[in-house]
Design a protein around this ligand. Structure first.
Ligand code: AMP
Length: 225
């Protein structure tokens, strides 16, 4: 973490395909804070076949939201940890106003608060393209895009050389549903955090590196002005 920050409690918001996961990984590495990606946590539980995984599999596969109380348990387990003591980066949570309220309450109990919410924007016309070309490395969660962030060798992870795969919830129907759910339930969080003076919007439609630089500037920029 940069010595300029005492703590860095961040949320990355944005529509499906806006590059949240990719940017979150880079940010978390840059600032040495844990990346708490609720979608990845849930997909891992499904892969492991745990009780939680079995409970959420249907919702995740269809692109529907997992119940708020289940998400609360997950967030509690992941934020109330020593590794998050100096900051964290939430990616995929909150997704509803109820979840945002729960998060505020939980952080208040821990004597902490969200310091910045970065909204990655993406024109609707680009969302399908970003989602349909997405590939992941199942072992690490590294994210690629066939065109925008291509692996060095087609279909292979740059670091391990393993095969890349589609996310099991990247079916056309689930992708469409996730976009609709974002509009219906999550988009409103923009106003929720803007009203608190925490929101910074970053154009997510540019080249990967440009967006990363803009996101880093947003992390360092004053908010609430
Ligand atoms: P993501 O990887 O962020 O696109 O999330 C994949 C899927 O996980 C979503 O479509 C939901 O089914 C589920 N999910 C992830 N985060 C949440 C959340 N905060 N609330 C409810 N469901 C979630």
């Amino acid at each position: 973490m940069s010595p300029a920050f005492r703590s860095l409690n961040l949320i990355l918001l944005g529509p499906p395909g806006s590059g949240k996961g990719t940017q979150a990984r880079l940010l978390a590495e840059r600032y040495c804070i844990p990346h708490v990606a609720t979608g990845e946590i849930l997909r891992e539980e499904v892969r492991k076949g745990s009780e939680l995984g079995r409970d959420v599999e249907a919702a995740v596969s269809r692109g529907e939201l997992v119940a708020d109380n289940v998400m609360r348990g997950i967030i509690l387990r992941h934020l109330d940890r020593e590794s998050c003591a100096r900051g964290f980066l939430l990616d995929g949570y909150p997704r509803t106003v109820e979840q945002a309220g729960m998060l505020d309450d939980l952080l208040a109990e821990l004597g902490r608060a969200i310091e910045r919410v970065i909204l990655l924007t993406l024109p609707e016309a680009q969302i399908q393209d970003r989602l349909s070309g997405r590939l992941v490395h199942p072992g690490s969660g590294r994210i690629y895009h066939k065109v925008h962030v291509p692996p060095q060798q087609a279909g292979k992870d740059d670091v391990s050389g393993d095969d890349l795969a589609r996310r099991f919830d990247d079916t056309p129907e689930a992708m469409k549903r996730r976009v609709a759910v974002y509009g219906a339930k999550t988009e409103v969080l923009k106003e929720y955090y803007r009203a608190r003076g925490l929101l910074i919007e970053v154009d997510g439609s540019g080249q990967l590196q440009e967006v990363t630089e803009a996101v880093m500037r947003a992390v360092g920029a004053p908010v609430g002005a």
